[in-house]
Write a protein that binds this ligand. Sequence first.
Ligand code: GDP
Ligand code: MN
Length: 381
Amino acid sequence: MDLLEYQGKQLFATYGIPVSPGEAVTTVDDAVAAAERLGYPVVVKAQVHVGGRGKAGGVKLASDAAEARTHAGNILGLDIKGHVVRTVWIEKESDIAAEYYASFTLDRSAKKYLGMLSSQGGVEIEQVAAESPEAISRIHIDPVEGLSEDACRGWVEAAGLAPEATGGAVEILMKLYRAYTEGDADLVEINPLILTPEGRVHALDAKVSLDDNAVFRHPDYEQYDATQPRDEREQAAHDKGLQYVGLDGTVGIIANGAGLAMSTVDIVSQVGGAPANFLDIGGGANAEVMAGALEVINNDPLVRSIFINIFGGITKGEEVANGIVQALGRVSISSPIVIRLDGTNAEEGRAILEPHLSDALRMQPTMIDAARTAVELAGGR
Ligand code: GDP
Ligand code: MN
């Protein structure tokens, strides 16, 4: 789950990382009012789940109310790489002597955390990594041992920041490491981490990605749910507790288990079709879950056929079949359905489905046959 900049900054602030005061607003009038309260100059910043906002015209300095009004008006509604700006963050402007880069993430191959620090911040780190990899100072951190202040200082000294930034940088990085670990983040990034002309070090941007599997440990993270970017289909599926990812094809897919759902997406593509989605209904395939899944797919205007691919494991074939039959009684589906049912008690399950078969509800013995039929019914790619 990715946070917006202002949410990341608020999270940083709870760990004592210095950030600029600011306010998140959704209208031009509120933006001007916030700017008046903060005092000029301010920065008007687009809040979207994508980087490179500055280059896209989503970060503007305003030195009076008229400028604040103009910039907020231009930025609200702006489309940045397909993300429409609904919220702007108005923050007190900072003077910049130097822009640095700092982040913590997980290096899976090293089985350690990886800290990256660079004196060349502000620009995209991928560019720095490509053009001058030596400008990035790295530290691998054993998750059990953690990050000591001495190790942190050595890392900072190797990065070639201005000498007066060292103390402030060490302090912030120790706090950022706490935010990363205690906050159960997958990524924390500050770009730019700035040095002010007065010698203070300070986070001017915040990129935070939280581990969805750890949200139960942080009840306050629930507040971020509302601002997650989801298309309508994904929102509907999320509300029903389904594991769904929207794609742009015409074959709707329902499978039990993430692995099978992924294979189903693959096989539909392999036989020349285009999957409309990934949807994993999980282990149980009762009528309610099946009906919910069918509803979500049926509401997708691009869908032309639906492929239900179930492999019975702990959930027996007849339970799945009964679930499908009951679900079909509850929702009226506008696209033809193809079912492949295999695994535990598949025979019993198929016998239950048999009397319900028609042009609108077909059954195929194998996954590839079912995929071919579904793709054919969708009219190919
Ligand atoms: P991004 O483009 O999405 O990464 O957005 P940032 O928050 O990193 O802002 C982009 C750039 O705008 C920064 O690298 C700074 O150069 C500039 N910027 C942002 N805030 C301020 C500020 O308070 N003062 C000044 N002088 N520049 C700022
Ligand atoms: Mn940035």
